[in-house]
Every structure is written in C-alpha cells, then in structure tokens.
Design a protein around this ligand. Structure first.
Ligand code: GAL
Length: 645
C-alpha cells in the first residue's frame, strides 16, 4: 500500500538500481515518475530521447515496482514556449506569467492543447502497454500556484466562444447578467471583456461565468488527456493528483474523467494556508490540525467515487510555507495510517530522496539530500510497511452515517461576493467537519444533487445555488438535515431568488430570509433556547413561516428553526453554538457520539477502528477495547487499531 515519487532524471543512472532495490527493501510497491520530464524526453522539437526513460522503467519494473507514469504537461519546455508564447498564462493585472518555474500555460490556449495532445499521444503509445506500468497521472496539480484562472488574449477568445454556446444570443447574455445595471449592456459577444482592470468591482454574474468557464476548461483539458491514454493503454487506470484547499475548479467534474482520485497531503504546510488563529497555528505547528488531512481524504473519496490515493505524502519539513517546522517524531507514520483508515488504497511519499539542488532543496525526502540514507520520515515509512504486513488485508471503507455536502460553485460565488470579508466557505465547511469529528463521527463528502439515501444525518454548511437535483435529493431524504446560512440565496444567474432566500428550500425549511447582517470581528449576537452560544460574522433575519423556532437571537429573531427533520441555522455559529447544534442534530439522528478531546480522532474502516493522538497528552481507550496494534494508553503521535463489534 506504499508508494514513492521518484525522479530518475535527477540522479546518475548508476544509482537507479540501488534506489529501486532500496525502495523494495523499505516496503514500497509503487513508484510515480515522469511528470516534469518533458525537456529530457524532447530536448528539441521532434528530437525524442526515450532511451533513458526506457532504461529507468526497466530498472524499476525489474525490481518489482509498479510504475505510475505522469504526463509531463505541467512543465512546457523552453523551446516550446519560445516558439508559441501564446501558451503562457496571464495574471489578473494583465501581466504575462513567464517561463522559469512550472505550470506556465493557460488551459485556453489552443496551441497548448494541440501540443499536449501530441506529447501525451507519443508517450501513451510508447509506454501504454509496458508490463511495469499500472496507471497514469494526468499533468500535475491542476490549479497549483493559482493557475486555474488566466487573464490573457487566449482566455478572452475562448471565454467569448464559451458564452456564445451558453447563451446563444447576446440578449440572453444581457438578461442573465442584468447588464442594464450601470449601463453595461453589450451589443455582441465581441463586446465581452474579461472581468479585470475595472474601476470598481465587475459584475458578479460575469465573474461567476468566468470561473465556470475556467473550471470547464480544466475538465475538458484533462478529458483530452484521458481519452488519448485510454486509447493506447488498455487495462491501466488514470488519476490526477489534486491539492489541499484548492477549489478554483470543480474537482467532481475532473474526477468523472478518472478511474480514481488522488491528492497531495502536506498537513503541516496547510496549517499556514488555512485561516487558523495564531494560537491554533502554534499548537498544531509540528503535528498539523487533526482534521486537515482527514477532511481531504473524505473529500477525495467522493471525487474518486469511492477510490483514492495519497499521491504525495509529506515526509518531513517542506519548503514552501512561510515557516516549515520538522514534524514531531511519529507524525509521518501517523499521517500514513490516518490516510489508510480513511480508505486510501496507496500512500505514496514525496519524494524518494531530498534534492540537494534547485527550488526544492529544503524539502525533505525519504532519504537525506543526495544520499542513500533514510531520513526520519523514511524510517517511519519503513515502520508502517512492517506494521501493514502484521495487520494483513484491510477491509474496505463502508458508508458513513453522516453526509456532508461540498459545493465548488458555492466557494466561487461567496468568494466573488463575500458581503462580510471573513465569510470563507471552505473555513465554514472545515469547522463543521471538525465539530462532527469531535463527536467521533465518520463522514462522507457527497456531491450536491446526489442521492442522500442511507445516511442518518445530512449536513449542508452552505449551498448558494440549489439546483433541482439538490432540491429533490433533500426532499426525498429521510435523514435529519441541517442547512446552514446563505443556502438558496442565489439563482444560477447570481440573482436573489424571487421568493427570497432560501429560494428552492423555502418550503422544506419553512423559512424566508428578509435581511442579512455581517458582523466585524469582535461583534456577536447571543443565541439562546434549545441551543446556546452566539452568531458571528453572518446573521440573518428569518421569518419562520411554517417552521418552529428552537433558539433565538437577543431580539427574538429565530436563530435555529426546524420543520419536520429539516433544521436551519441562520448564522455563522461561534464554537459553542456550533458544538451544541451538532450535538442536537446528531442526537435527533439517533447517532451514538463520543466527546473527544481536541487532539484525538477516531475513524472506522470496515470492522477496524483507528484512534489517532495528535498530542500533547496520552489518551486511554475504553477498558473493553483490546488493541490489535498500538497500546490501550495511546501516547502522543501514536495510533491504536482494534476490531469493532
Ligand atoms: C506539490 C507538487 C510537487 C512538489 C511538492 C512539494 O505541490 O506536486 O511537485 O512541488 O508539492 O511539497
């Protein structure tokens, strides 16, 4: 179940055999290669040098490693960029983002699509049936370094074509965008400009379409690669390595091109990326927050329709966050087990050996810089390999009791129009997830509009545009449902619905929202009733038409309502209110909960249960539990596993 990312082109060929042998000795079965190697494969146009890659594949396969080959399109080589500068992306200020690092292309460039097709086809033909090859990775981390959106001439051209298809006539476009506002009416599709460089904010409907357009570009670019690979590489699966906290494109749509999802797990790096308080950042600096990796494991299980890998697992300090501490001893092992507990098929470390050169020379590997000597992380990976042998075959993940809806478009629309600058959709979802996991619950992410049958509790932190499919899924659902603020607040054209929010959920919730107030940091509105705490950041004025009010704000306005089994929370809850609401809905759903301390998490995989201690204190398992692995008293940075039922 273990893998590693390897760059044969970084090391003298005389070292490959030793590397491959040592990988096998450590307990590694899969090796991902090739995703940045274009300049070595084709140093000049049509001058192909495959011999080194042939030999590398042979060495790895002969050692018994299963190869995952990446297409090299994240790094177009210099000669290609020089010949076709139109492939380069532009930033929001209209500056070209040039050659010299990676991901220097826009998905809108027709030239780049053509060139990508060419190189992917040549590689897929050459290696598609290689006996050592088990699967493919398309490109590398779509969207990394803010590269989903691009603001150049190629983008404008493609955006206009996309709008023509979507709206058919410019009158319909004017209608949808409500361009009558501020005299923005357009005479033809050629009048459309990119939403940039304006005096004040551009039209939000234009921006949302611009985001949808780019999201579609990523999915269609990926599909182009997948179609070519499938034609030439029968029997091999295809994945893409997604990122943490990047929602710039619809990952479900890309997931639909793939056989399985994978993602790149850098739990400590993400502590700096997520809007944690300084206190939390310090607390979790060397372990990561206990929900960062699990949140993404659960998300990518949904993106991969049940199947996911960790393609890149942090093996020690990284190089790219503002600060890059060494993980506490035991954390590389713990993260690996955490991924496995959530159903990862393979955990693959980034990277085999730390490079002593170039941009990532401060990024740890399983081996020390330039050497054949295991790092701390390397030794922990070795330990996991031995433990995996002892545990034997692991059962598959079963359906969780809780469904949590994550919606990419809600991220886009609330980013475009936050209304309060700290209304951050991903943060809201993460905090709700954290609160559920503190109750010891297992969670499945579910795509909006998919069936919710079989769940006991459904959580919708926020979904701005409720499609008919989503409305039906909620309407047919027998579970206890919790709907969060701002849901149903926009239609597909980014307009407030005629019936007012929550729009299509008006009947189901029994509510109508007539006002919204956003609260600056430090302000709050106390909530009391069946639950207590406070609303912060975002607070709605609800008319409870056919719902019952369970808790209210200081002036008596409803804060939490219920109609049948549908709960509606009319604010961004503070920690206390959030905890109370989750306890209430879990109880209503009949779920058995635990009250876990902030540093402990549990997860079931079939009949196996895992407990993880992120520190700093011991945690003792209930007395009737006899661990299969680990101890009854779980020390900080340790894991215990036992059989349930
Ligand atoms: C990932 C990327 C890798 C490497 C790694 C370093 O985002 O896919 O190529 O750069 O980060 O942490």
């Amino acid at each position: 179940m273990l893998g590693v990312c390897y760059y044969p082109e970084h090391w003298d060929e005389s070292r490959w055999e030793t590397d491959a042998r040592r990988m096998r000795e450590l307990g590694i079965s899969f090796v991902r290669i090739g995703e940045f190697a274009w300049s070595r494969i084709e140093p000049k146009r049509d001058d192909f040098r495959f011999e080194w890659l042939d030999r590398a594949m042979a060495v790895l396969a002969d050692a018994g490693l299963k190869v995952v080959l990446g297409t090299p399109t994240a790094t177009p080589p210099k000669w290609l960029v020089d010949a076709h500068p139109d492939i380069l992306p532009y930033d929001e200020n209209g500056n070209v983002r040039g050659f010299g690092s990676r991901r220097h292309y826009t998905f809108s460039s027709e030239t780049y699509r053509r060139e990508s097709k060419r190189i992917v086809e040549i590689i897929a033909k050459r290696y598609g049936q290689h006996p050592g090859l088990v699967g493919w990775q398309t490109d590398n981390e779509y969207g990394c370094h803010d590269t989903t959106l691009s603001w150049g001439p190629e983008d404008l051209k493609a955006f206009r074509s996309w709008l023509r298809l979507r709206y058919q006539s410019v009158d319909q476009l004017n209608e949808a965008w409500a361009t009558v506002f501020w005299s923005m009416e357009l005479g033809s599709f050629e009048d459309v400009e990119l939403p940039m460089g304006t005096v004040t904010e551009p039209n939000p409907a234009t921006r949302l379409d611009f985001w949808r357009f780019h999201s579609g570009q990523v999915a269609s670019y990926d599909k182009m690669q997948c179609d070519i690979i499938r034609a030439h590489s029968p029997g091999r699966w295809i994945t893409h390595n997604f990122m943490g906290f990047v929602s710039d494109f619809d990952h479900y749509a890309v997931g639909d091109n793939l056989d399985l999802a994978s993602w790149d797990s850098y739990p400590i790096g993400f502590v700096e990326k997520f809007p944690f308080s300084e206190e939390e950042r310090n607390r979790w600096a060397q372990t990561s927050h206990p929900d960062i990796a699990p949140y993404h494991h659960d998300l990518y299980r949904a993106v991969g329709r049940g199947r996911f890998w960790v393609m890149e697992q942090q093996p020690g300090p990284v190089n790219w966050a503002p600060w890059n501490p060494v993980p506490k001893p035991g954390m590389v092992r713990l993260w690996t087990w955490e991924a496995i507990a959530h159903g990862a098929e393979v955990v693959s470390y980034f990277r085999w050996r730390q490079a002593h050169f170039a941009q990532e020379q401060m990024h740890a590997g399983l081996n020390l810089p330039g050497l054949d000597e295991l790092s701390v992380g390397g030794k922990e990976a070795q330990q996991v390999a031995q433990e995996l042998k002892l545990l034997g075959e692991l059962p598959p993940v079963t359906k969780a009791s809780v469904a949590l809806i994550f919606d990419y478009q809600t991220y886009w629309s609330t980013t475009i129009q936050p209304q309060g600058q700290d209304f951050r959709y991903e943060e809201l979802v993460f905090r709700w997830y954290e609160s559920l996991r503190r109750l010891g619950l297992d969670i499945d992410f579910v795509r909006p509009g998919e069936s919710l049958a079989g769940y006991d509790l459904v959580i919708v932190p926020c979904i701005t545009d409720v499609t008919l499919a989503m409305e039906n899924a909620l309407g047919e659902c027998k579970a206890t449902i919790l709907i969060g603020p701002r849901s149903g607040s926009r239609d597909r054209n980014f307009q407030i619905p005629d019936v007012l929010p929550p729009g299509p959920l008006a009947d189901l919730t029994g509510n109508r929202i007539v006002q919204v107030s956003t609260l600056r940091p430090g302000l709050s509105d106390a909530v009391s009733g069946e639950v207590c705490g406070a609303g912060i950041r975002w607070r709605e004025t609800v008319e409870a038409k056919t719902s019952s009010v369970l808790a209210g704000f200081a002036n008596g306005d409803p804060a939490l309502t219920v109609k049948g089994k549908m709960y509606y929370l009319a604010c961004w809850p503070d920690d206390i209110l959030l905890g109370k609401v989750m306890e209430l809905v879990a109880r209503q759903a009949g779920l058995a909960t635990m009250a876990l301390p902030p540093h402990i998490r549990v997860r079931r995989r079939g009949a196996l249960a895992f407990a993880f201690n992120y520190g700093p204190e011991d945690w003792t398992l209930p007395t009737d539990i006899e661990p299969l692995m680990g101890a009854s008293v779980i020390a900080p940075q340790s894991v215990s596993v036992w059989m349930t039922g």
